[in-house]
Design a protein. Structure first.
Length: 204
């Protein structure tokens, strides 16, 4: 299952659970008699899991996994890490080759990568999953993260010129259907300018 740029898709899984795929996302299924397995190949997806205690629901992404029984959670595969946000219930998050995971509950998020699984952090899960309502909501998020999320929704490449700009903080509510307006707002509210070229936008 996959989506293109600017497209979302609601997928009903073989067990009746659902996966809502964000823009530019690819998901592979591996369901068997004793296991409900999925692999997020790229992008972001929100999973709403039907309870089946005897059949764990496991989403693999990069070098780790998220295990749930009956819950709702978001998995965001980023360039250097994976972020798991729990909307309802509880999940366990761990690295490949391990059995025990870090417990993450509703309104918590955890990141993992090559260095391991970080401690869970309190978050506003509704804000973190606003993309399903066609919005991006940021509260003092680094510009680098904002660009990464915005890039999924536009064919035009977005680049940040200079590491100093990457850490600038962005706060606001943006419409995913109008990526150009997001760049306009960034230009108006941050000490940057946007150079718009035919195939790339450069934030200077």
């Amino acid at each position: 299952h996959s989506t293109g740029v600017g497209e979302t898709r609601d997928v009903v899984l073989p067990d009746g659970s659902r996966a809502l795929l964000n823009s530019s996302t690819a998901l592979a299924l591996d369901f068997s008699g004793a296991r409900r397995g999925l692999r997020l190949l790229e992008g972001q997806a929100l999973f709403t899991v039907r309870p089946e205690p005897a059949r764990p629901f496991i989403v693999s992404a990069a070098e780790g996994w998220t295990r749930a029984v009956g819950t709702a959670f978001d998995v965001d595969l980023r360039a250097d890490s994976v972020c798991v946000t729990v909307v309802e219930g509880v999940v366990a998050v761990g690295l490949d080759g391990t059995m025990d995971g870090v417990r993450v509950q509703a309104d918590e998020a955890v990141r993992y990568g090559p260095a391991g699984v970080a401690a869970p952090q309190r978050v506003d899960a509704a804000m973190a999953t606003a993309w399903r309502r066609g919005k991006l909501i940021f509260n003092r998020r680094p510009l680098e993260d904002v660009v990464s999320e915005l890039q999924r929704h536009t064919h035009t490449r977005i680049m940040i010129a200079g590491s100093r700009l990457r850490a600038l903080e962005v706060t606001g509510v943006f419409d995913l259907n109008d990526p150009a307006a997001v760049l306009d707002t960034i230009e108006q509210t941050l000490p940057v300018r946007v150079m718009r070229l035919p195939l790339v936008n450069v934030i200077l």
